[in-house]
Design a protein. Sequence first.
Length: 244
Amino acid sequence: MSTLDQAGPSAGGVAAGAPDSGTRFWGPARDVAALEAVPTVRVLREEHREAVLAVSDFRGDLSITVRPDDLLLVAQTLKIHPELAYDMLMDVCGLDRLLTAETPRFHAVYHLYSTTQKQRVRLHVPLDDAKPAVDSLTPLYKSALWAEREAWDMYGIEFVNHPDLRRILTHEEFEGFPLRKDYPADRRHALSRTYSAFPGLPAEQEGRTVVEKRLGECRLPSIKITPRHALVGLPLRVDTRQLR
């Protein structure tokens, strides 16, 4: 792995004169000099030098660690700079390093992709152990709306200024954050009431209520309508052979 951080190459960088390890899975191995010449690294060094805490390249997979206070500005540069154009936020996830005893314990991790440059970069943002929090990227990427909710739900990372930060995979009465390494695997939660799988939708559109209609002697097959149809406009197909 090629690594370059504030401590310099001695913190894990490729030693001078080290043999080339050849082509790796995602691309060719890069030494420190080659890594600094990568446009993504070069531009961030030029425009946000103090924000960049570390740069690493594992099997051609570029990863940049940035200060949490600078995340929004760094992400904005990655998106709008014409040489970079990271226009797609593919995923937001959490990282809990409790079992490896590394500090800080929590990281927010962002996977960005440029559809024009065909390049990927991963941003690591170290967070406070007691209250992990960082600015939301929803002003830049609409895909952060759901992705940040999942990271909050699973890891308890607060995304400041997120317009709708609530649980997305667990229910409202869930306690704790299930992907944290100290969460009890056998913990169970008793619910005080029933919950809709699709809050806000009428019951007949929730995908769990079967609607049947009769037209004279012709009985239509049961059709289940899910939010997926409504969101992306998927057509409904009816097999007329089921009519009887």
